[in-house]
Design a protein around this ligand. Structure first.
Ligand code: NI
Length: 152
């Protein structure tokens, strides 16, 4: 495994629409491993492939309550409710913002075995699904934040 460099806001890779994964190759599996290692080392809840310069539809998410999710070609298939809470991003270091997100989100994706899975999350996990999937379309939470705070 290898820790990858996380790109910061201003890098144009963060603004690209990512392409779907066609085949789950050993390279994709290695990328998943490296993204998990990178996310954990940075103490993040999620990481999307464009944040490490790979323009493919892949995200990893890990929460204390729900564990690890490795999602390939993820799509939101249902959402409901609303939450207003604090949000941050490893590509926007030192800043936090307040966002409005759905309280419950269901995502359909492929797992690392190529199986289609549906995952439903609430609260933090729902927020992470929205945040990480937005990255795959070149969107950052600072685009939708109601309010930004600086902790610098
Ligand atoms: Ni982010």
């Amino acid at each position: 495994m290898a820790k990858l460099k996380i790109l910061k806001v201003g890098d144009e890779a963060l603004r690209k629409v990512c392409r779907p994964v066609e085949n789950i190759t050993p390279r994709v599996l290695q990328l998943l491993d490296d993204m998990v290692e990178t996310m954990r080392a940075a103490d993040g809840v999620g990481l999307a492939a464009p944040q490490v310069g790979i323009l493919r539809r892949i995200v990893v998410i890990e929460t204390p309550d729900e564990g690890l999710f490795e999602l390939i070609n993820p799509k939101i298939i249902a959402y409901s409710g609303e939450q207003i809470s604090e949000e941050g991003c490893l590509s926007v270091p030192g800043r936090w913002g307040t966002t409005k997100r759905p309280m419950h989100v269901t995502v359909r994706a492929l797992n690392r075995k190529g199986e289609t899975i549906d995952v439903t999350g609430s609260g933090l996990l729902a927020k992470a699904f929205c945040h990480e999937l937005d990255h795959l379309d070149g969107k950052l939470y600072i685009d939708v934040a109601i309010k930004m705070d600086s902790v610098d």
